[in-house]
Design a protein around this ligand. Structure first.
Ligand SMILES: [Zn+2]
Length: 53
């Protein structure tokens, strides 16, 4: 089960392991942070999302 890194809500997974949301990475790190569609809409850019993680 994938959880949003910002709001901790579960992210609905579609088939072929595609999630309803996005995956972001911090610069210089290979760790991946899933972000749900709602949070994606809430924050205008990757930088804004990374600040909330
Ligand atoms: Zn979220």
């Amino acid at each position: 089960m994938t959880k949003c890194s910002i709001c901790n809500n579960k992210i609905a997974e579609l088939f072929l392991e595609k999630i309803k949301g996005t995956i972001i990475r911090k610069p210089g790190s290979s760790k991946q942070y899933p972000v749900c569609f709602e949070c994606q809409k809430k924050f205008p850019g990757k930088e804004e999302m990374l600040k909330k993680i």
